[in-house]
Design a protein around this ligand. Structure first.
Ligand code: CMP
Length: 174
């Protein structure tokens, strides 16, 4: 509902030059099913599990500048980037660019807390979107998914630590 409500309240911008229609379709997800296998988070999935993913996911085409999560808001959707790139504005004031195959929006679904960061499409993007109930179902049906989520969360914590360490070193040298 998050993205839909942003479209309704006008905070998703539709640039004239690259207007894309939101697809929001499970049929499109089924069409894209063959592509899911190439996505690292789904590479351990069986065909049956991939069919499950396709049946519960929606595909969304979002124009550049679409706000997909907003820091502090409640969140109930998980996003996987199929095409395009998404900029996550992190707490330190910097940003992280996420590319096809990367996912975001998992934190609010895992701990029930508000969105930790604002995520905005940098380019027109195609996203696979899974809502909270289906995300929990998928975690139960595909236990490897939790493992991938943990690895990615660990990598993100390490990146944050490294950035903070670099910033402390830089300010000590000034
Ligand atoms: P969530 O908090 O649900 O919504 C915002 C998302 O941005 C968050 O889940 C993560 O998926 C993602 N995110 C937050 N911080 C970082 C980071 N430092 N690096 C990459 N992604 C992040």
């Amino acid at each position: 509902m998050e993205l839909i409500s942003r479209m309704m309240d006008g905070s998703v911008s539709y640039g004239e030059g690259h207007r894309l229609e939101p697809v929001f379709s499970r049929a499109a997800a089924r069409e894209d099913q063959s592509r899911f296998q190439a996505v690292p988070i789904f590479e351990g999935c069986t065909r049956k599990q991939l069919r499950n993913v396709a049946s519960i996911a929606r595909i969304v085409d979002a124009p550049a500048g679409s706000v997909l999560t907003r820091a502090g808001d409640p969140g109930d959707e998980f996003f996987l980037i199929l095409d395009g790139s998404v900029r996550v504005e992190v707490a330190s004031g910097g940003y992280v660019s996420l590319r096809p195959g990367a996912f975001f929006g998992e934190m609010s679904l895992l701990d029930g807390g508000p969105r930790s960061a604002t995520a905005v499409t940098d380019t027109p993007a195609r996203l696979l979107v899974i809502d909270r109930a289906n995300f929990s179902r998928l975690q139960r049906e595909v236990p490897e998914l939790t493992q991938t989520l943990l690895v990615t969360l660990s990598q993100r914590v390490r990146q944050i630590e490294a950035r903070e360490r670099d910033a402390r070193r830089a300010s000590a040298l000034e």
